[in-house]
Design a protein around this ligand. Structure first.
Ligand SMILES: Cc1cc2nc3c(=O)[nH]c(=O)nc-3n(C[C@H](O)[C@H](O)[C@H](O)COP(=O)(O)OP(=O)(O)OC[C@H]3O[C@@H](n4cnc5c(N)ncnc54)[C@H](O)[C@@H]3O)c2cc1C
Length: 452
């Protein structure tokens, strides 16, 4: 028996909030089970005393889903952090849900495989949290969201029953795909305890380029041309608007060496991967040169080493530092066609310029997959937060755009769910929740509130 129970007064601060730092209440206790059987006992005990669990992965989420509310018991998956099985010939690995993403990436690379999900929070987020949020990250343009890598799951339901063992077959149509239902369910339908994951062969080489866009260049045209020319080698296409670039370059010593041509313009970060270094380099240079010659790009910086590439990525991944300058901030994670990004940013800026008290904003995103991010702050009162949220969400086309492309609804975006999902969709989601967890044992009040 390896179950460890902590009472409220023994709980460390880090278990009380996610990455945003927002707290929602005082939890009743903390459970850190080390096996599925222990976790089943935790869930059953909790259900028996009509309690609720706040399920936690690495707490890098930004929607408030992992943060406990009053009297909820924190259920941390951090001890389920092992490789359970690794078929190195088939490229299929089964891991505990608490395994840190970066540990998983390293473990498979040793054997010549790659787990394609990559996010700046890789050193802390867990695979269970990634699956529960259907995480996206920087390589969605090539590999899709984490959903594409999940073959099967083991999960504990609110009544203590255990789904599994996780499917590990590439093809298996025997009944409903319960794993697909759990992906992106943000801990509201089941606790993910193990995942069977599909790997891809590790690319031998990656190259990164930073592009300074001409002011008139339509972002969507640039993405389209890169996709057409670079084809399946294109693995990331990120974009940053000028304020983001200026602030990030001011904070990152390596970035200061970028040419002046990168100031005051949108900057894209592009990554290609493949097995033939010379051919990859030639294709990339040819593609970028053509775009400079046709006036789409003002300038280009190419990485010549992996250290160089890391320095270029550091500009895009400086987002954590930028957040610190405008705390408390409102984070946006919008989904819309890339062709609409520039116009949206212009309108959003115009609306934000009317905010009182004034706010600063930084726009950036995964342009290759239509995911536009913004951080806006400081928003020190609920009123100013609400004003900023309304300013941007009201600009979204109802139902055909998303208030959350990759972070999830959690607690923070509940009131905006109906912007992106129809009333019938939401009713069906509530029916599922009520059927699988009628007493609200697992993550109650996340995504939506049940009408009792
Ligand atoms: C610097 C930074 C960069 C980021 N970049 C990206 C990005 O590019 N793309 C992206 O998608 N996200 C990004 N994120 C957000 C975050 O890292 C992801 O949402 C991540 O997938 C959360 O994983 P976690 O283990 O930290 O989950 P947590 O924050 O612990 O939990 C997130 C949600 O999942 C639930 N959950 C956690 N584990 C389980 C489980 N085992 N079973 C059931 N439910 C569970 C929680 O209850 C909660 O609702 C970023 C965050 C930071 C801080």
């Amino acid at each position: 028996m390896t179950r460890m129970t902590f009472t409220a007064s023994m709980i460390e601060d880090r278990y009380l909030h996610d990455w945003t730092g927002t707290r929602y209440g005082v939890p009743a206790g903390l459970e850190r089970p080390a096996s599925t059987q222990d976790l089943v006992r935790v869930v059953r005990d909790c259900a028996r005393r009509a309690g609720s669990l706040a399920i936690q992965g690495g707490r890098t989420g930004v929607s408030g889903g992992a943060a406990p509310g009053d009297r909820e018991t924190v259920l941390s998956l951090e001890r389920l952090d092992r490789v359970v099985d690794f078929d190195t010939r088939a490229g299929v690995i089964i891991v505990g849900a608490g395994m840190i993403l970066q540990d998983l990436q390293r473990a498979v690379e040793v054997e010549g495989w790659s787990f394609p999900l990559d996010l700046a929070s890789r050193g802390s987020c867990q695979i269970g949290g990634n699956i529960a949020t259907n995480a996206g990250g920087s390589r969605v343009i090539k590999y899709g969201n984490v959903r594409e890598s999940v073959l099967g799951l083991e999960a504990v339901l609110a009544d203590g029953s255990v789904l599994g063992p996780p499917n590990r077959l590439i093809k298996n149509n025997a009944g409903y795909s319960l794993a697909s239902l759990l992906v992106g369910s943000e801990g509201t339908l089941g606790v993910i305890t193990r995942a069977a994951l599909r790997l891809v062969p590790l690319p031998q080489v990656r190259r990164t380029a930073l592009l300074a866009l001409e002011p008139a260049t339509p972002l969507a045209d640039l993405v389209h041309r890169c996709r057409r020319t670079l084809r399946e080698s294109l693995s990331a296409f990120e974009v940053m608007w000028p304020d983001f670039v200026t602030e990030a370059m001011g904070r990152d010593p390596t970035a200061r060496h970028l040419p002046e041509s990168f100031s005051g313009v949108r900057v894209a970060l592009l990554e290609v991967e493949g097995d033939d270094d010379a051919m990859l380099g030639r294709t990339l240079e040819h593609c970028l040169l053509a775009m400079v010659e046709t006036g789409l790009l003002r300038d280009v910086v190419l990485s010549v080493s992996s250290r160089d590439a890391r320095d270029l990525w550091a500009i895009r991944e400086a987002v954590g530092d930028l957040q610190a300058t405008i705390r408390p901030y409102v984070g946006f994670d919008l989904g819309m066609a890339t062709a609409g990004h520039d116009a949206f940013v212009a309108k959003a800026r115009e609306r934000l310029s009317r905010c009182d008290p004034p706010v600063r904003s930084f726009f950036f995103g995964h342009a290759g997959d239509g995911n536009l991010h913004a951080i806006v702050g400081p928003c020190c009162t609920p009123e100013s937060r609400h004003a900023v949220e309304e300013a941007l969400y009201r600009l979204l086309e109802p139902l055909t755009t998303s208030v959350t492309a990759e972070h999830g609804i959690g607690r923070k975006k509940k009131q905006y769910l109906a912007h992106s999902r129809s009333a019938d969709d939401i009713r069906a989601m509530k029916t599922l929740k009520a059927a699988l967890d009628p007493h609200g044992v697992l993550n109650p009040g996340r995504i939506f509130d049940l009408d009792h």
